[in-house]
Design a protein around this ligand. Structure first.
Ligand code: ZN
Length: 134
């Protein structure tokens, strides 16, 4: 397992690998699931999910507003491929092209709030091109 140094972008503290129940509560039982959590958690409410196989973080540490944006962007993006208009793979490719990002950068978990907003706009325009986003 590769040791990596991860810092919290909000308070500059170190982040530590901990079981997911550390942030999701003891009733959250997903054995093997881990998160990188800011050393100052819960004073600094910031963490990121970890890939099971590699133990590497899925993106950068995110605070609550950013985590909510990530969820909203994922929902918008899932609607796109679940609509049946394109496959999930094609939808990821479409997103890369629309945002002008290389494949390794085009992951919603890595996006800033501003980029998440872009994803939501792009997906809703694609699904309803003739309606104005209010
Ligand atoms: Zn922090």
């Amino acid at each position: 397992m590769k040791r990596i140094n991860i810092k919290c972008l909000y308070c500059n503290s170190k982040a530590f690998l901990r079981p997911a129940s550390a942030v999701h509560g003891q009733e959250y039982r997903q054995p093997g699931e881990e998160v990188y959590v800011c050393a100052r958690y819960p004073a600094c409410d910031s963490y990121v999910s970890v890939h099971r196989r590699t133990h590497l973080p899925m993106g950068t540490l995110a605070n609550r507003p950013l985590r909510i944006k990530h969820m909203e962007a994922h929902e918008a993006f899932n609607r796109l491929w679940k609509s049946g208009m394109m496959s999930r793979t094609a939808a990821y490719h479409w997103l890369q092209v629309q945002m002008g990002l290389p494949p390794e950068e085009a992951h919603i978990a890595k996006f800033s709030e501003w980029r998440c907003e872009q994803v939501i706009q792009l997906c809703s325009q694609f699904l309803a091109p003739n309606t104005c986003a209010a």
